[in-house]
Design a protein. Sequence first.
Length: 133
Amino acid sequence: VDIESLNQGLEQLNGLHRQSLQAATHDIGTLVSNLARRLFYDNLVLHPNAMCTLIEEALNAMPEDQKVWITAHPDHMDRVGNLLTTGREIEIVADPNIEAGFRIHNKHASIDSTLSKLLEGIDAAVQHWQNTE
């Protein structure tokens, strides 16, 4: 057995190792994305109190003396309407394009906690991780 043959064998093994790591990274990334989708969907759609808690936290982060607009899916208007007892000026807007979650904004700032925006962030983070591995 000569050195050149051994080096070629080692290069092939290294190539196979890299391929298996890339495949595992892709599979783990897909798993993380799917779990995040399920978790966010369950919390924003199936458990309405979670969305109300998120809206309350977003409202607390905004100045109380400014009007606030909350946009959510029409099916979730009742949940959002329960927050109107906060004593601040709030306008609720229905948007059938929002599958779950909400957008909240005043004249200076906005918070997008829609399911699609949250999943965009997760997908971007997973993609970045996959590309660096």
